[in-house]
Design a protein around this ligand. Sequence first.
Ligand code: AGP
Length: 369
Amino acid sequence: DQIEKAGYEHFMLKEIYEQPSAIKDTYRGRMLADRGIIRMAGVDDNLEKFLNAKRIIVVACGTSWHAGLVAEYIFEDLARIPVEVEYASEFRYRNPVINKDDVVIAISQSGETADTMAAIKLAKENGAFVFGVCNVVGSSISRETHAGAYTHAGPEIGVASTKAFTTQITILSLIALKLGKAKGSISNTDYHMYLNEMELIPSKIEKALESNKHIIEVAKVYKNAKNCLYLGRGYNFPVALEGALKLKEISYIHAEGYPAAEMKHGPIALIDEQMPVVVIATKKGHYEKVVSNIQEIKSRKGKIIAIVTEGDTSVKNMADHVIEVSETFEALTPLLTTIPLQLFSYHIAVMLGKNVDQPRNLAKSVTVE
Ligand code: AGP
């Protein structure tokens, strides 16, 4: 056990720190940035199906569903294909409209999630092409899907998913870029810039991990909180959901993720001096709007923990704590902003003496329906 943890106190921490190398493993051999090539057998062999798709339906659960939500933004943005993201457990039990020209993308770390598997079977029965994004090689979902791509994140032991999430986003971004290039919906220049930027992501994650000590200090302040709100917009709305899920599952603190602009439609009523609010306020992506959300929280005495772009000064003046991440393209910000949120939950759970790797009531793969 100690050897497998490679000196880390928990698998979750090890897996958080593995993200730079896990992401490199995800794109290694697939993305040749200097030659402007993205190759993935599962996509290349079925390119027409992707290009002719009237829409993409993503089916997944939990953290994998959050990766699907990020994919919705990136596919619509770069490849101009409409995307619907469905909880597998809802999709399978209603009577969904599935067409033969739909491409269904099933995302699952374990490749064993029962509801995701049932959604795949339903999609196949209705004639859709089903593509899997799994981490576990040879898993049931990877065998049931027509084609797919493995994330190659390596074994994820901690029940709270970390590197699976960022590697899922990596692979989905590569697919969106590949389709965008093939469809001509992104310019050649942008395509090349994205590939070059993707290569820089592992080192930018390393940089984000350097905030660990500072995050421990912030975690000490909020470890006894009863509730926590997470806000983000656009690409970082799913990151807010993911941050809240991480805190809930390992520290048992009640947390909610919300699109920042929805705050005024309800959650703002919860804000007082007892309420920590984690706001993702990176420079790209409706920055001004998020800044005004921060002002609204401040005027109600909420405590603000802001994830900002390196060098930011405006939010720094308003927030109680800021955690910096490097600048990157808006579409790739989730790969960086997720990191401090993982560390924040991890440290709070450790400080509260919780079983971080095996939280109560949770299993690594949910094979029950
Ligand atoms: C995330 O931290 C979870 N423990 C959980 O939500 C998980 O993402 C979900 O059960 C889906 O699992 P899968 O990716 O293996 O299908």
